[in-house]
Ligand binder design. Structure first.
Ligand code: X8Z
Ligand code: ZN
Length: 628
């Protein structure tokens, strides 16, 4: 999730006309003729340039109004996410009003008709105009004013869900717990009883969110269906220029390819944890509360590599030092410093315990005005988890800064695809924990001995383990959610996917009074997009492979990107394009290959022998091939 992007136009056309009159009498004729003949006609070169000028003036005016409205809406969203006051709905009311105004504009019937009719003449338009018109329609589909009532209901329901999610008081034995403290204690606690309590406490929020999730699903579906999409999942997938079937096939491929390695990691973890918790016979499925993450999506904390223990290295630092270090890394690659406004306007650290309000506890990055106002919302603490997250969020921010330039129109200020946007910062986070980098930065001594296989194991417990979760559980559950799953089936379906893809089971029966899927932020406020992270994990190993082999000539497991402007140039060449080009072309041109898990598998290849040896006399409980 980069940030939640909220998405009127009769007066827009009046303004277009008056602008034509004031600015350009020739254009005025163009505008008038366009308004009277919406289908337009394709024709010779002169007609093309006339059409292109007309489309451009439509896009310019649309963009001007869009920027104004989206900035107000994002600013309001920012307040709603950084200041959640129990019993005070002034922020959410302001956000709703701003999102309504934006929806009236982006979803207006005139905007839809105009963009559609121009797109019918796409062969006479410049590709960058076509892409912007597609962006206009994509925005419109989220809020079509053909169904204004549904759009309003949805805006209100979205705002209410965020408040419930982030206003929730997690409690353990009568004490309030922050999300940070649940996460820390699930990393550190070795007491199975305490772990069980923490895990169960973390799932309580699902009960509160479940009733409204069903309504949101209906509203999300019916808004986009008004513009011809099958459902909200299909709508979100279409942003990649893909059908649902293609996206599912891509994700199945990821799961299938990493499965043999995942199966070994699963066996390794079952035995390792059974020993840790004094259980003689390892259970067939991993109990969810044994894992160092609320959803079992990242098991890296199961391993501490001697000499590379970042929690210890970072423990004595101040939180702002982590963010500054991440900025230094990007600057060393040739990127600009973060603007002063980033530091002034971001919300980077946890609220004090006695704060009278709450904030969104899930990290995000924001491009508030699609120009220079870039921010991040985090709750940084000095530990390994936040080190990675800080690099991740700055990846989004540097993406924003790279494509904010005149050549990239505001409507195309997005990633090559959403997965690319997620990939950059995770990749630099991974690069920033490799030994040569840490030595260069003085964070560990040069002569420290470290174990390369343990280091790789730790990374696999993060990145390989992430694939069955992202490409498997989340993607399948969300597909089902938007294609007919009823609320009385949520938990049963959720756990059937968790068992099948992750080989994890709940500590006790979880009936339909719970909604364990609802406890995941993205199910609520970044809906039907989680395959973005699977795509990003795959792409980032392709980029890492390219950087190590073709730019640095270093072992991909022990790189040092620090100070390498050539690495920065490689990245910037991708980032500065924004969404002006098809993502497949961008991949081909920058990496010379299609999206593929091969690079990820080759990176982890040295681990296979180690795991097979460690698991030789152990029973594997996952099937040899995944049930897809
Ligand atoms: O949501 C995030 C980022 C914000 S875009 C912190 N991530 C996913 C998650 O937390 O589930 C990063 C990895 C996957
Ligand atoms: Zn992200």
């Amino acid at each position: 999730m980069q940030c939640f992007l909220p998405r009127s136009l009769p007066c827009f056309f009046q303004r277009l006309l008056s602008r034509c009159l004031v600015l350009n009498p020739i254009l005025m004729l163009v505008c008038l003729s366009a308004c009277s003949s919406p289908q337009g006609e394709s024709g010779d070169g002169a007609a093309d340039s006339t059409l292109q000028a007309e489309v451009q003036s439509f896009l310019d005016l649309y963009t001007e109004e869009y920027l104004e409205l989206t900035t107000v809406a994002r600013e309001a969203e920012w307040s709603s996410n950084t200041r959640i006051v129990d019993g005070d709905d002034s922020n959410s009311k302001r956000t709703e009003a701003a999102n309504e105004a934006l929806a009236r504009f982006t979803g207006s019937e005139d905007a839809i008709a105009k963009a559609q009719s121009y797109l019918e003449q796409r062969s006479n338009l410049q590709p960058i105009q076509t892409r912007q018109l597609e962006a206009v329609l994509y925005e419109a589909a989220n809020n079509p004013q053909t169904v204004p009532e549904l759009v309003s209901q949805r805006i209100a329901a979205e705002a209410a869900q965020v408040e419930k999610l982030f206003g929730f008081n997690f409690q353990l034995n009568g004490e309030t717990l922050s999300a940070n403290s649940i996460d820390d204690r699930l990393v550190r606690s070795v007491d199975p009883k305490e772990r069980l309590q923490l895990w169960e406490a973390s799932k309580e929020v699902g009960r509160v969110l479940k009733p409204s999730l069903g309504d949101l699903v209906e509203l999300r579906n019916s808004t986009v269906q008004a513009l011809g999409y099958d459902d909200y999942f299909a709508y979100q997938v279409s942003d990649y220029g893909m059908s649902v079937e293609e996206m599912m096939k891509l994700n199945h491929g990821f799961v299938r390819e990493i499965w043999p390695l995942y199966r070994e990691l699963h066996t390794w973890a079952r035995y390792e944890l059974a020993e840790r918790y004094g259980v003689a016979e390892p259970p067939e499925m991993l109990p969810a509360h044994w894992l160092p993450n609320r959803w079992g999506q990242d098991w890296a904390a199961l391993v501490t590599v001697e000499g590379l223990d970042l929690d210890t290295v970072l423990g004595s630092k101040e939180p702002d030092w982590l963010v500054q270090q991440a900025e230094e890394f990007y600057v060393s690659l040739g990127f600009d410093r973060l603007p002063a406004s980033f530091w002034e306007k971001s919300s980077l650290y946890p609220l004090p315990d006695d704060a009278s309000y709450k904030k969104n506890n899930h990290a995000s990055a924001w491009h508030v005005d699609l120009d220079t106002d870039v921010r991040s919302l985090m709750s940084v603490q000095p530990n390994e988890r936040w080190w990675a997250t800080t690099h991740h969020e700055l990846g989004h921010v540097y993406y924003y800064m790279s494509y904010t330039r005149p050549e990239v129109p505001p409507l195309l200020r997005g990633g090559a695809n959403r997965g690319f946007h997620e990939a950059v910062g995770t990749m630099l986070g991974l690069a920033s924990v490799q030994k040569p980098f840490l030595v260069e930065r003085g964070l560990i001594p040069a002569d420290v001995e470290t174990d390369a296989i343990q280091t790789l194991l730790k990374e696999a417990l993060d990145q390989i383990v992430f694939i069955p979760w992202s490409a498997g559980v989340m993607t399948h559950f969300e597909r089902d959610l938007y294609t007919g799953l009823t609320p009385d089936q949520y938990n049963q379906r959720w756990w059937s996917y968790v068992r099948a893809f992750q080989g994890i089971e709940p500590p006790a029966k979880r009936g339909e009074e719970f909604c364990d899927a609802c406890t995941k932020t993205h199910i609520n406020d970044d809906a039907a997009q989680y395959y973005d992270y699977a795509v990003s994990a795959i792409i980032l190993y392709q980029m890492r492979g390219h950087i190590a082999d073709k730019i640095l000539n270093q072992d991909p497991h022990a790189t040092n990107y620090w100070g390498r402007q050539d690495v920065g140039d490689f990245l910037n060449n991708i980032l500065e394009l924004g969404a002006t080009r098809d993502w497949r072309e961008v991949m081909q041109e920058s990496l010379g290959e299609e999206i593929s898990a091969a690079a990820m598998l080759s990176y982890f290849e040295p681990l296979r022998g180690y795991l097979e040896e460690a698991n030789r006399d152990r029973t594997h409980t996952l099937p040899e091939t995944p049930n897809l």
